[in-house]
Design a binder for this molecule. Sequence first.
Ligand SMILES: Cc1cc2nc3c(=O)[nH]c(=O)nc-3n(C[C@H](O)[C@H](O)[C@H](O)COP(=O)(O)OP(=O)(O)OC[C@H]3O[C@@H](n4cnc5c(N)ncnc54)[C@H](O)[C@@H]3O)c2cc1C
Length: 482
Amino acid sequence: MAQAFRKTPKNGVRCWTEGMSSKYDVLVIGGGNAALCAAISARRAGASVLVLEGAPKFYRGGNTRHTRNMRCAHDAATEILTGPYTEEEFWDDLLRVTGGETDEELARFMIHESKDILNWIVEQGVRWQPSLGGTLSLGRTNSFFLGGGRAMLNALYLTAERLGVEIRYDAEVVDIKIEDGMFLSAELKQPVGGTTTVAAATLVAAAGGFEANIEWLREYWGEAADNFLIRGTPYNRGSILKMLLAKGVQEVGDPTQCHAVAIDARAPKFDGGIITRHDSVVFGIVVNKHAQRFYDEGEDIWPKRYAIWGRLVAAQPDQIAHIIFDSTVVTSFMPTLFPPIAGDTIAELAGKLELDPTALEKTITEFNAAVRPGTFDHTVLDDCRTEGIEPPKTHWARRIETPPYLAYPVRPGITFTYLGTRVNKQARMLMKDGRPSANMFAAGEIMAGNVLGRGYAAGIGMTIGSVFGRIAGREAAKNARN
Ligand SMILES: Cc1cc2nc3c(=O)[nH]c(=O)nc-3n(C[C@H](O)[C@H](O)[C@H](O)COP(=O)(O)OP(=O)(O)OC[C@H]3O[C@@H](n4cnc5c(N)ncnc54)[C@H](O)[C@@H]3O)c2cc1C
């Protein structure tokens, strides 16, 4: 069929039509940080760019809407960062949290590139603000978005639009045509206009993980997955990831690995966001539905432990647990959306939590008896510990004895999954036989498993998206020109 060049009247972007379908230089699937960084970068490199965001405009931006900060290496303090954070220190942190399950070459490359992102992202209209302290103590390592993730996204969308990136909302990609490692076209479904085919010279897949696809999670977690709460967008169902893996792209990462924290059991199924996360574990004890403790609540300082509690609760019967503390610590941690459940006696509290009162009284009595005297300081590994009980509480152990007694019910809150597409330093996807794809790139959660085999360091999700998004866009534009 004959091809005809056309100018889109709105932005003057070059694309060409072939029958009923349009052809762009770069097609970006997704509408979060990784997608926008890729789109802007490709457009700045002279490409015509179409962004397909599966969500309606109001919900645009996936999990990025919920974010607050990004971890970047820097050699000196800045106006908003309290001190240096060298590439080597960033690498050490990553190595520790992943237990070595990371692609060293790619991870070191990303860390190096992160230095430049601090300025690049500002050039795209995003503003920083100083850290407000907070539970995770990130003032030196992480830069906070002024106004949070939504404001950050709004700035990126505005920049993309001003540059002439074409954006379609409610545009879920339902199929991708790939032949011998080469992307040809995508089929998208829209509420108005039905199904359309879009062709492009290159593809950037930035469509997130599969955390919102309970059926897919069930393949690895069994029925326990039904009790998981998803902290972010319901639109990250992993459909693009599944298509790419089914069409020859090499996978990376363990499908059971994900970032999961303990969030309030009363939170909505999706999109509860940051205000449902509980950071009170170190101030009390955590019991399961049998009123039994199951893990050392004081194992290490909270920033190094908060991300294990989602998995710990997932392993408990019915995937439910309760953080229990007393009235003396209630102002020691950040409040959350839901108030604690209170009882004047342990038995009353147990009744409200639907726990066996005798069992809860026994657990707390035994715990209190095991607490050794010490000097409490939750900012260091203090000497307040238990002796003679299993599991121990190795720091910050204090008796629970001042009513009212309080509790938060918690469930596993899944942030994002790590299974992804393998990429190289150009953010170019690799095929199952090891060959680089002719014209397909990936950025963000969809390829996070290259860097994050397991574990997590706060703020690294946005680093992965920004660094590889910027590179993917640039490389896709270059590829389209050739
Ligand atoms: C509550 C919460 C707080 C967080 N806080 C932080 C933080 O402070 N710092 C940090 O670094 N990380 C944080 N994260 C993780 C962070 O959100 C992600 O790492 C990051 O946003 C990933 O960006 P992304 O662009 O890859 O994916 P997303 O931002 O999730 O975007 C994926 C996009 O793909 C679209 N999509 C999916 N399927 C299709 C399809 N078939 N067709 C078209 N579009 C599709 C979705 O609608 C969405 O727009 C947080 C996550 C949550 C849930």
